[in-house]
Design a protein around this ligand. Sequence first.
Ligand code: AN7
Length: 397
Amino acid sequence: MSKQSNAIFRDGVTLRCIACNYTTSAEPWLFLCPKCGNLMEVVMPSKNNFSWDVARKRRFGVWRYRELLPLSNDVEPITMGEGGTPLISVNRIANRGVFVKFEGANPTGSFKDRGMTVGITIAKSLGVEGVIVASTGNTAASAAAYAARAGLQCVVVLPRGGVARGKLAQALLHGAKIVEVDGVFDEALEEVFTEVVLNGKRDLYPLNSYNPWRLEGQKTLAFEIVDELEEPPDYVFVPVGNAGNISAIWKGFKELYNYGLINRLPRMIGVQAEGAAPLVRTWALKSRSLMAIEKPVTIASAIRIGKPVNWLKALKAVEESRGTFVSVSDEEIVKSMKDLAMYEGIGVEPASAASLAGYRKALELGIVDRDSVTVLVATGHALKDPDTISKYFSRGE
Ligand code: AN7
């Protein structure tokens, strides 16, 4: 290792188990609790000198919130100006007060860049040869690009035939080594997890979302929403696959609240596709173990995931925020994708349209009301998945 790992992190940052609360020092390679085997989360110091006024003089994006991130100030980030995405009002398809946070505007076209700038910065400081991820596509595209920028190798493990064409093209373009697995994403993740986490291989740093450090970058999505609206919204709708993002966004809001930077919290609504809805099932049955889906099916390939690794984090996020999980059909996803595109000019990939579809479902079910301030997180760009567009959209006459 080229550097003492504790020099990477801000003083006072620790890791805590999400199940048994076992707490230990900040450590880049600790992903599972040594006591009970559950996932770890990053705990920020109890005091923070972050100020909106100081931060707002910096470029809008992930690193604007530097004091709220766990990396020490003298670590030089590997960055492409990720984050700083537009919050777009969608008054033609919804009431005033409903906004789309368009994550397709990130450097590689998805929210994954927020986490990758932090994850790759850590990998670079560790002096490893490269990084490895299992992915439904966007994590692979993002890891490949940021690894290239950092001069690191990148290995991506993908479900064969399960990755949208634009994402696969990005992984190729940035020179990642592509390994395909026969099976769904869950099997690809299992493979990486066994190799790196359980067998303790340390030449490649794993950047899937069981890595709590990567999720720290993704919590900035909450900071940006508050930064722009100047207060928290009532509801945040997030498409859920491996469930890292909804957990990270909630963590961001909670930290702002704990530091006294906001005085109330939004409700988090997780949206899954009907054929890939393990968390909707687990939530509905009030189960304390995951109701996994063996063969997840949906056109939204990004969230075609049956065993979300962050399931417990996400359940806790939704429970603490007094939110809920809803499922939407592929037809509802396509309809929402069309409406965003044709009435608002916002081009998203299918998984991202799940937020709007979920919002419509929640209105129908009386979970939200039309006049609430609501943010729909549109996680990835339309160009990620050109084949779905060709299949469902006809040429205008
Ligand atoms: C567009 O790239 O899991 O619930 O391997 O690409 O944090 O998993 C992608 C996930 C939503 C779900 N929207 O986020 C991967 C991967 C888009 C995505 C999600 C993904 P999580």
